[in-house]
Write a new protein. Sequence first.
Length: 209
Amino acid sequence: MTTKTISSRRVSFPQLLALLVTAVIVWSGINPAFPQVWLAEIIPVLLLFIPLLVTYRRFPFSHVAYSFMAVWMILHTIGAHYTFANVPFDWFNNLIGSERNHFDRFAHFAIGFYAYPIAEFLSRKEHCKPWLAALFSLTAIMAVAAGYEIIEWWYAVLAGGDAGIEFLGSQGDIWDAQKDMLADTLGALTSLAAFAVLKPYRNPTPIKR
């Protein structure tokens, strides 16, 4: 067996991330706290994960972009299993002296990480200049954040009862939606700072046409 054959069989970093995300999704679906909530929460993960698998060979993102995307998928899938208000996160809540479970804030912050792959895609495809790609990705994340809060409200009203309350996850905070959107925006700004430093459009992974 040649060295070339051996190297071709190695699992790449994106494939390892895909296996990790798949494992977490499978685990999350085993006896979730609220099956109805789990289904509603896992749908957004699958809507992102499956297209990434399908388009991997045609448009491979950078390792950094895949890492950013995997963080949110994993955090959101964990939240789907327990419901965000009930994820075992006492170590952090106790650290900041809060009775509220702030795991959902971390998940919302991670949503903002998707600004990086959006900007990377637009700049590598040469649809626009990198600065405009970054600006568009920031506003896109902010729009998605606002839209998701509307979906949460709609589902909570539709589902009602404990399932609706757990899906909403406000935990009694009347400003929960606004704080979630702020977390999304801060996550986007953080990932775009990495975009500005790393400049993935300069040495991109080859795109198969």
